[in-house]
Ligand binder design. Structure first.
Ligand SMILES: CC(C)(COP(=O)(O)OP(=O)(O)OC[C@H]1O[C@@H](n2cnc3c(N)ncnc32)[C@H](O)[C@@H]1OP(=O)(O)O)[C@@H](O)C(=O)NCCC(=O)NCCS
Length: 183
């Protein structure tokens, strides 16, 4: 894809275009696989195999898989889960009222232009639309320091360093109250 390169990333001015989220569908398979091969995406993921082929057709009450588009052109992926009900119990035993988000921009030319922040804003809005949700969690790899800055700029606060499988991660949270305060 080619995006307007004239936007100054240093100034962090919003990149052109309307960012939207839509449900991922089986027809997105080839694109998601292509994004999986991107080195920055690969190195940021705890689990490199998302079993797209079998998982894309599944409709699950505890999970949303979303494609981010800029003016209709897909650029990235967002997963939102309810960790209390997620079937592998990735987060352990959780109380109600949490959501956890995973995000990546698969198109390298679409990174560092403000689209990720907009995608997160839309995902956060989506999570807090449910009045019972009080906290959003994210768990970037401890080594992914650029993403830590990205989340902190969005209002997320560091909670704890935690190992998931073999991976050392940093857990960050954004509470509903904090979100209201940073707006
Ligand atoms: C992290 C990511 C979603 C941020 O979206 P983005 O549109 O690039 O971010 P924005 O333009 O809104 O903000 C720029 C900030 O994003 C982060 N960022 C940019 N490129 C990044 C990359 N390749 N890896 C990690 N973080 C990155 C940085 O914090 C950057 O600020 P900096 O220039 O001060 O370091 C996107 O860069 C990405 O998908 N990176 C690769 C995969 C990844 O790291 N996903 C997060 C897993 S926890």
């Amino acid at each position: 894809m080619s995006l307007n390169p004239s936007v100054d990333p240093i100034e962090r001015r919003p990149a052109p275009g309307i960012v939207d989220l839509r449900p991922a569908v089986p027809a997105d398979l080839a694109m998601l696989r292509q994004w999986d091969r991107d080195p920055d995406v690969r190195s940021s993921l705890i689990d490199g195999d998302w079993h797209w082929e079998t998982e894309l057709p599944r409709q699950l009450s505890w999970r949303e898989w979303l494609i981010a588009e800029v003016d209709g052109t897909p650029i990235g992926f967002i997963q939102i889960i309810d960790p209390e009900h997620e079937e592998t119990r990735y987060w352990g035993c959780m109380n109600a009222g949490h959501r956890a988000i995973d995000i990546w921009i698969g198109e390298p030319s679409a990174r560092s232009r403000g689209y990720g922040a907009r995608m997160m804003e839309l995902a956060i809005e989506r999570c807090f639309r449910d009045p019972t949700v009080h906290t959003i969690l994210i768990d970037p790899l401890a080594s992914n320091t650029r993403s830590h800055r990205f989340y902190e700029r969005l209002g997320f606060e560091f909670v704890v360093e935690r190992t998931f499988g073999d991976h050392c991660c940093r857990v960050f949270k954004l509470t509903r109250d904090r979100k209201a305060a940073v707006n």
